[in-house]
Design a protein around this ligand. Sequence first.
Ligand code: SF4
Ligand code: SF4
Length: 228
Amino acid sequence: MITELPSHIRELADGEIFHFNCHPGIDCFTDCCRELELALTPYDVLRLRKELKLSSAEFLEQYCLVEYDEEDLFPRVYLGMVDDGKASCPFVTKKGCTVYGGRPGACRIYPLGRGASRNLFGQNKIIHILLTEPHCHGFSEPDQQTIQTWTIDQGLESYNRLNDEMMTILQHVEIKNGIKLSRDQQQLFLNTLYNLDGFLEKNPNLEADDDEALLKHAIHWLKNKLFV
Ligand code: SF4
Ligand code: SF4
């Protein structure tokens, strides 16, 4: 159970109905694609660079900002916003998202949030929250949604699978025990998971056309490297 959530955020139960939809006819259409901080997961980068037909290195170079914060164990990769006074996403137009088929998981799941925590037996506990932010008018739409229908509608299954796989690193028992990573290990995290083309070059025996399997393999490989 989550406690002390802001008033516009509440936990959502499996099967619980909420009213929501998002489409070009809504007056706030694309407002949420501006003035946002969009952290990208390795699977987000994989999908976006495929959508844009770029290599991983090209995508990272052209669209991403990497931050190494003293407080964080792992580097964070953000989508660089456009300097247009509104900090717009580089992929937003009046007609909507130009990378819709490869849009990040955070764009898909909104107005839900999904949190996973991993216990000592390697089981993930999943919770969902609903964010009813006043600027979003999608809640006035009559469409009934549940976590399950929204997950399917937004094509989130593969994003959830890979994010859960990432938990095997991000919430590894060694992390919970307070392990610190060197800058070289942080760089290895970035190079392995966010530059999968580079990882594939070093492992030519892997299947290049099965993205999910490739990223899972990279996660497993990295886990063995970081936590021996
Ligand atoms: S603010 Fe809400 S309804 Fe408006 S475009 Fe964004 S998600 Fe859709
Ligand atoms: S990727 Fe698409 S949906 Fe996500 S913020 Fe950018 S334009 Fe909006």
